[in-house]
Design a protein around this ligand. Structure first.
Ligand code: DQA
Length: 142
């Protein structure tokens, strides 16, 4: 069974409660349960969320040695600021897809720049929670 790691950054622990007009009303636990069910016969999914940059870097570093198929990452606000996260992704040599629930290009200008995007094979932005499923499906190809 292929293994895929789903990583979520700061404030996504409050998914479903935080700015629901932007991010919707599904909680992170709800999203994780749905993905686990939807991909039960195709992949083993692991989930990690942290509000701390270093914890995410540590997690990616551990995954690098773990023989997984790839990473789906929503770095949230760290997307726009974190050289450390970008370097961790590049250094891991793991396949990665970046996901944003909202369309970062339709929002404030400071969200238009992704520092982590160039460390990923692609970016899915603005498709809501569907973006996570699309990213997992992509990583399962081949
Ligand atoms: C986000 C977009 C980011 O700009 C923001 O800081 C988030 C969530 C998204 O999923 O749309 O926290 O990554």
């Amino acid at each position: 069974m292929k293994r895929i790691a789903i990583l979520n950054g700061p404030n996504l622990d409050r998914l479903g409660k935080r700015e629901p007009e932007i991010y919707g009303s599904t909680t992170l636990a709800g999203l994780e349960a749905k993905l686990t069910t939807d991909f039960a016969d195709q992949a083993e999914l692991t989930f990690f969320q942290s509000n701390h940059e270093g914890a995410l870097v540590d997690h990616i570093s551990a995954l690098a040695e773990d023989g997984i198929q790839g990473i789906v990452i929503n770095g949230a606000a760290l997307t726009h600021t974190s050289v450390a996260l970008r370097d961790a992704l590049l250094g891991s040599q793991l396949r990665a897809v970046e996901v944003h629930i909202s369309n970062i290009y339709r929002r404030e200008e400071f969200r238009h720049k992704s520092l982590t995007g160039p460390a990923c094979e692609g970016i899915i932005t603005g498709l809501g929670l569907e973006g996570y499923s699309a990213a997992i499906r992509y990583l399962l190809l081949d």
